[in-house]
Each structure stands twice: as C-alpha cells, then as structure tokens.
Write a protein of this length. Structure first.
Length: 230
C-alpha cells in the first residue's frame, strides 16, 4: 500500500476547442509525482469555501501559474496592460492560502502563485512590468532564461543548494510591495523579486518562485516540498 502524501494543485478553467474545461499542465503532475506526491487537481472555479475544504484531505498546497490577480484585491485600479483575470479563481486561491496557513501546511507557489500569495498577505503587484517597471531583463519571453541571485541562508538556498540559478521566465507581472510576512530571497539582475518565503523562520515550509520549476524539471524544489509534506 502506498503512503505517498497528497497535495492540492490549483487547476484553472480554460476555453479549449470552444468548451470551458478545467486544465492543469501535465508538467506539474509529472514534477510532483516524481517527488513522491499525489497531486490532486482542485478546480479554481469552485466556491471559495469548497476549494478550501479540499485541503482537509491533503498535506500540502501547490499554487500554479495563470491569470493576473484582479487589482482590486490589492487596492489598485486596472492598468491598460492588465491581462485576463478570474475573480472566482482569486477567491478560491485566497481561501486555500488561508486554510493552508490555519493548518500550517507546506506551500509551493509558482509564478501566479507567488503573486496571489503576496496579495493574500497584504502585498501589491506590478500589473505590467514592461510599462510600470521597465528594466534590462526580459521576463516575458517563454523561450528565454535569466539569472537569479539567491539569498544566502534562506530556505530557498537550502532547498536549491545554490546561491544563483538560471531560470525560465514567462511573467509580465511581479511583486511590487512585498507583504510584511514575506521576505524576498531571489532577484533578477534588474532587481525584480523572483522568490519569497516567510519572514518568520518558524513558519511552515513555504517557497514562492516567479519562475516555472515544473518546466525545468527542477527537482530540488519539488523534493524539498515533498520532504516538508511527508
Ligand atoms: Mn523573471
């Protein structure tokens, strides 16, 4: 009998071939299964309390990539270059984050995940990096990579086993004001925050990254998450 722990993975709705479907990139499934976990896809179209209820059955939470967070969630008005938003997804993921914190569950937050986590804890976002914070690093090109500097002594450094990394980058938003409960632990060369974790070292295992480790098959992050979940 398997004892592999299960984790909730947020799965958004997408229009595919003219029909709305619940979708999840298989890269997340492969990365989590390889790390010894059972990923349970939870539709983010669920009512917030239903989504949060799903956490009762699992040992961790993975927040996946996707739409922009609705700016109203952090007290901003929409920028002209704001992308698609899904307020229902925002509500479901905010409820999942609150429930995970209440149960002190490990959280791995990826791309949009770092953004919604920051907003959940009181932070704000750049709605469009190119127009609000133009810099030397290309963050939006799916085919490009950029370097990140990792904070020495951070949970991220211990998990990756490295103080620098080359990461993929396909985000047009990023953390603007960091939530008080978080600390930045990785930056691109232009200073954009690329990873965050709890400021309180006694907090449950939480790593949030702006890149897509599932596509890099960056095993260290998923294995670190799995150790925290087990
Ligand atoms: Mn980037």
């Amino acid at each position: 009998m398997s004892t592999a722990p299960a984790v909730v993975v947020t799965a958004p709705r997408r229009l595919v071939d003219g029909r709305e479907r619940v979708t999840l990139n298989t890269a997340y499934v492969k990365a989590l299964e390889s790390a010894g976990l059972v990923p349970l896809a939870i539709p983010t179209m669920l009512a917030a309390e239903r989504a949060a209820a799903a956490l009762a059955a699992v040992q961790g939470l993975v927040l996946t990539g996707g739409e922009d967070v609705a700016p109203a969630r952090y007290g901003a008005t929409p920028h002209p270059r704001l992308g698609d938003v899904d307020p229902v997804r925002d509500a479901a993921e905010l409820a999942l984050i609150a429930a995970a914190r209440a149960r002190r569950l490990p959280v791995l937050a990826i791309c949009r995940g770092i953004q919604i986590l920051n907003v959940a804890l009181g932070g704000t976002l750049y709605q469009d990096l190119d127009s609000e914070r133009p810099g030397s690093v290309v963050h939006t090109d799916e085919t490009s990579r950029h370097a990140v500097r990792v904070e020495p002594g951070s949970l991220l450094e211990r998990t990756l086993g490295a103080r620098s990394a080359s990461v993929n980058s396909r985000h047009h938003q990023a953390i603007r004001d960091l939530a008080p409960a978080l600390k930045a632990v990785a930056w691109a060369e232009d200073g954009v925050i690329e990873a965050a974790e709890p400021a309180d070292a006694a907090a449950p295992w939480t790593v949030a990254v702006q890149w897509h480790p599932e596509d890099l098959t960056e095993r260290a992050l998923f294995e670190g998450f799995a150790r925290a979940v087990a």
